[in-house]
Write a protein that binds this ligand. Sequence first.
Ligand code: T1G
Length: 698
Amino acid sequence: MSDAIRYERVGDIAVLTAQNPPVNALGVDVRKGLLSGIERAEADGAKAVLIYGDGRTYFAGADIREFGKPMLDPGLPDLGSRIEASPLIVVSAMHGTALGGGLEIALCSHYRIAVPSAKMGLPEVNLGILPGAGGTQRLPRVAGTEAALDMITSGRPIKAPEALDKGIIDRVTEGEPREIGLAYAQELLDAGAARRAVCDMPAPEMIDFDTRYDAVLKKGRGQISPATALRSVQAACEADNFEAGLKRERELFMELMNSDQRQGMVHAFFSERAVSKLPELKGVTPRTLAQIGVIGGGTMGAGIATAALLSGLKVTMLEMTDEAAAAAKGRIEGNLQGALKRGKISQDQFDILTQQSLVLATDYAALAEADLVIEAVFEDMSVKKTVFTQLDAVCKPGAILASNTSYLDVNEIAACTSRPEDVIGLHFFSPAHIMKLLEVVVADKTAIDVVATGFALGKMLNKITVRAGVCDGFIGNRILATYRSCADQMILDGASPYQIDAAMTKFGFAMGPYAVSDLAGLDIGWASRKRKRAAGMDPRARDSVYADKLCEAGHFGQKTGKGYYVYEAGKRGGTPNPEVAALIEANRAELGITPREFTDEEITRRYMCAMVNEAAKVVGEGIARRPLDVDMTLLFGYGFPRYHGGPLKWADIQGLDGILADIKTYAQEDDYFWQPAPLLEQLVAEGRSFDDLNKGSN
Ligand code: T1G
């Protein structure tokens, strides 16, 4: 018997207890244990079998770490069929998260009971695959085609009471899984209940799968797993018999298992968990966080305050005037109204957050007791310095002084205080109560427990928290500046902003870079270009001025109704702004450029090569610790498609040698912009990948 499954007899019931912490993943030892447990129960005269999990959950699914490796026997589909075929009555008692292969094992059991808090679902599409142990065949049989399709293509788990309504489970009972499972199994035996196998149920009802397929494919923006999973459910309705449906599911499952998208999504799964685990923070106690200050109540500051309030922190919002403070309060209340509408908080909580947890102030003295102050004022070094000098004067010893700067030098900000060890960058993304990314920018003198507190705050606010070093733009905005610049150069050379946007949405971004600029406000890029020019640009850098002309005319994108696109009130999205082409042509003429054609493939390749090259520099210079830190930054802050895993995972999958070769080809036209990253050259020379660096750092 494997250690992962404990076997015992309680009267007529054989009890199989999973013991594979932390989530009872169905690795090979668990599968072996379940198989031999069933065989032993049948051999030693038991009349029923109870399956449940020790610790925090029933099986949370297949062991994802086994993906991409040869499958060791017994495989999950065969194990499931064997459990289902048992002549004994098999009962699963679920708690925690019965996900993927976990729910599939439960569906192979003859009866299912769960505690009310249990959640169940088939989230495989989020890993780039589909339920591969009969889930696409059994779930529609018990829940109906529509309900099953919804769960399988969305991957969303549901709570036990809903699962009961849908017929996925038979009973919901408060208690310990072992106790409620034993009682239920005994009750079934006492009542002489029959074995009940889902595979014997009639095929689910047919629907118009082709129309649905197109909709699912479109919604996935290039992600293939939900649409492929739909075809597998279709097989449940159409196949001649249950076995034939299972076989089709297996074929489609293997197609996805061998896909690049599966690699990308599994990388994302593990990386989002690894990103905040830094070796240097092990054993470091974060400072206390109960009360925070936010300076500046614009969109960003109000978003930060909202996120902090929602996580249970008390917030003092500092503004310059009473009017500005009232406006900030209005923004925060507006954000919290959103949370109220979405059911995240109750009206009572809303009242407490706005009336008790939030304090408005116009005097720095109000920040004297704050454990952490985050400034979100105008992005200008002299303004920041004024703020930090005042904070230094009023804040209590040990308070953390944080800047939400997107680009500026945190060392320089820290140097204007008497306590640079307490200064850190906390770079939120707008809207800060919604966007998942937080860059924790560690300056030269930042104390380690201040870094730990930055990560603790990220956890409280439910963010993906990434460590970044100091440089212009940190991880994300620095890489963004480079790929945006690559796009701007393609425009000078002949591409159009609309072609670039179309090519990048085809790649999987929700929006292309120019539509994003319109959304963020063209004034942001304008200010950044002016700052770079003022600091002195390298004469070899190609500068484009057509976008400046839009700004000079007062067109800042969506907020003014016009930018790269024209936005009509009440309509979603925009249409290309006809004035833009003339501005670009004038810029080309000024520079003596004869425009040429670009294919979508070339646009994508250049854009991605620029992103990967800068990302490799960011890792090589230690601004990001590991390639996965870059990948998670781009995924959670910049809309990079999850199914590609992140730019550096994408690069690994494409092949680093080909990317380096293309960069060198582009460098023949412009050897200033296209300077190959030393780390990329090194990896290619050594035949290694970015992922090798991730693994080496664990
Ligand atoms: N396999 C391996 N490791 C897993 C795992 C899994 N399925 N699930 C979690 N872990 C690790 C995770 O990496 C972390 O490790 C630790 O457990 C705690 O997780 C044939 C093909 C269950 C809701 O997709 O959604 O079944 O970082 O920090 O917030 O159809 O983990 O501590 O080293 O996330 O309490 C389908 C994936 C698989 C579920 C718990 N199942 N897991 O969340 O803790 S595919 C899933 C989760 C499949 C069949 C197929 C969540 C959770 P470390 P955690 P949590």
